[in-house]
Design a binder for this molecule. Sequence first.
Ligand SMILES: [Zn+2]
Length: 139
Amino acid sequence: MGRPFLEYVKDVSMKYTCRCCSCDIASSDGFVWQGVMGAARQPALLLRDTVNLESSGDARSERLTSGRYTLVDVTCRNCATVLGWRYQEAQNREEKYKEGCALLQYSLLCTVDAEGESDVDCPCEAGSPAPQRSVAVHC
Ligand SMILES: [Zn+2]
């Protein structure tokens, strides 16, 4: 198979990267909102214009609190970590803006600024949403 082809987010002040392998996932310009996902209510980010995400498995129809959606799990193209899901289709008209966007688990992403500084602010680590400055964690 060799090395997977990776895309890069360029010329942005801030971007989101895969916490596991540090490959680019989205520009901070692609940030739509922060919420929670799944039954575990994990903190999550809704992002558009993502890169390096692969659909994993079959699309499924699921009823979430805001309506019924067609979802497909997405993994990091580089390290195959399941980062979240992509909204393929939203049934509610008000939720159509989510189509094509990815909802990714916050704790699996790093925020990196233009100087390459990583901000690992994982809410599940400290038990508080306060950002903490530290180096990227590699698994
Ligand atoms: Zn990765």
